[in-house]
Design a protein around this ligand. Structure first.
Ligand code: HAM
Length: 441
């Protein structure tokens, strides 16, 4: 049997693939990332990249030993003669903070805004929108505790969503307080749940020991019923004065900018490094249990990784989940543009000349050519299949004159063009596909 890709992974497919959907379109992925890049770079974020695998300890300490990610979902990397001390990164933040510390990025202006995109790896059970290799767009602002930085981060996340044309997104915003607030809350939760430990699911019994707050995030219906019966108080009621003032300031900034959000008094995030502001973005089309993205403040993370105290805040989107949400709102795979020019030779001896003409045309536009001689009707058919706009035919007469016979498939007009004038003609076409140089200009 032919070998298949591993469970929980996807191939990102080229345009025109049969059964192409938005979430696996390579072009849709690239466009989405480009839209996010534009929004983030306008706000001063700079791109960085970190390795796809890191020291296991970075993730164990950074993401935290009580999380599902570290306990159940890590991909360990083995190579010949090695002890398996590396893992594929499950998220971007721990690696970014490591890179910040290791490369002296503290020297750069504060807050330092960074963004990253790439694959992340978590050995989860596969479901719609839940993959083992998925992609994130990640934003971090490092070096400041100012609530203005929190509000800006949230506003930027909403701006990316708007730039993508997504409408039905809700921000669920909360605060998980400072470590001492969380300790008090966890003590309260232990006290509340311990008399009813028999009714908790196995997972939650485990959480009661390690990290009681995670019980609130339980997917077990029995747990949810119990919590409702007990009238469990939310984290927000346990905030200390400083965390409360910080949270109020964040909200005031968001209100001033008309950034809409729903207060979520008992938000729980699946990573241990968070403190104070925490939020998630949700969308109906992707399901209530699956956030489009999430983020929060992580002022203690740098120290946990062995560095000096450096505050930070950030967020990450799941690219596949954003695409599923766009699909649920009726967005489809963008149509393939096709080449502006398709060049075909009418005789075998001129095929190489046709190739030369097409390759020279690529200085100004997307151009393709036929690899063997074609009759005019076959050349037009081939050009139409490729969605080309102009077809240039080359026969003995054209070669002798230094010309091409060019037909515009959109208008049906046919003209003779000197090879020397071709690029000027192409450059003057409306909406000529920009070359990489022009795009970067
Ligand atoms: P996270 O909530 O674990 O946060 O992941 C962020 C987003 O990545 C999720 O909301 C979801 O869209 C996507 N995602 C996570 N797991 C999967 C999966 N198995 N399949 C598909 N998509 C997935 C973080 O990763 C933090 N590093 C965010 C952050 C940055 N906090 C501060 N800075």
């Amino acid at each position: 049997m032919a070998i298949k890709r591993p469970k929980g992974t996807e191939d990102l497919l080229p345009d025109g693939s049969p059964k192409l959907t938005l979430d696996v379109s390579a072009q849709a992925h690239a466009r989405l990332i480009d839209t996010a890049r534009r929004v983030l770079e306008r706000a001063g974020a700079m791109r960085l990249d970190t390795p796809l695998f890191e020291e296991a300890e970075l993730v164990q300490r950074g993401v935290g030993g009580s999380t599902d990610i570290v306990r159940k979902e890590m991909f360990t990397v083995y190579y010949f003669g090695d002890h398996g001390g590396y893992i594929l990164r499950p998220e971007g933040t721990a690696g970014i903070v490591r890179a910040y510390l290791q490369n002296g990025l503290k020297q750069l202006p504060t807050p330092l805004k960074l963004w990253l995109t790439g694959p992340m790896f978590r050995a989860e059970r596969q479901q719609r929108g839940r993959l083992r290799q998925f992609h994130q767009v990640d934003y971090e602002a490092i070096g400041s505790t100012d609530p203005l930085v929190d509000a800006e981060a949230i506003a930027l996340m909403v701006e990316v969503v708007q730039a993508l044309g997504l409408r039905g997104v809700r921000v669920k915003l909360g605060s998980i307080g400072d470590p001492e607030d969380r300790e008090a809350y966890n003590a309260y939760l232990r006290q509340t749940f311990t008399p009813h430990i028999d009714r908790l699911s196995d997972d939650s019994r485990d959480r009661l020991e390690r990290n009681p707050m995670r019980i609130l995030d339980s997917k077990s219906e029995g747990d949810q019923v119990l919590m409702a019966e007990l009238g469990v108080r939310p984290m927000l009621e346990f905030l200390g004065d400083e965390a409360r003032a910080h949270f109020t300031a964040v909200q005031n900034h968001l209100k001033a900018w008309n950034v809409e959000y729903d207060l979520d008094p008992s938000i729980v995030r699946g990573l241990d490094y968070y403190r104070r502001t925490a939020w998630e973005l949700h969308h109906e089309g992707v399901g209530a249990k699956s956030a489009l993205g999430g983020g929060g403040r992580y002022d203690g993370l740098a120290e946990v990784l062995g560095g000096p105290a450096v505050p930070g805040i950030g967020w990450a989107f799941g690219v596949e989940r954003l695409l599923l949400a766009l699909e649920a709102e009726g967005h489809t795979v963008p149509a393939n543009e096709g080449p502006l020019l398709y060049v075909a030779a009418l005789d075998e001896e001129h095929v190489a000349h046709a190739a030369t003409v097409a390759m020279q045309a690529r200085a100004v536009a997307r151009a393709e050519f036929a690899y063997r001689a074609l009759k005019p009707a076959a050349a037009f058919r081939d050009a139409e299949r490729r969605n080309a706009r102009l077809v240039a035919l080359i026969g003995s007469e054209e070669v002798a004159d230094g010309t091409l016979s060019v037909k515009n498939l959109h208008t049906g007009t046919q003209t003779t063009v000197r090879v020397a004038d071709l690029n000027a003609l192409l450059a003057a076409q409306p909406d000529a596909t920009p070359t990489p140089d022009q795009e970067n200009a």
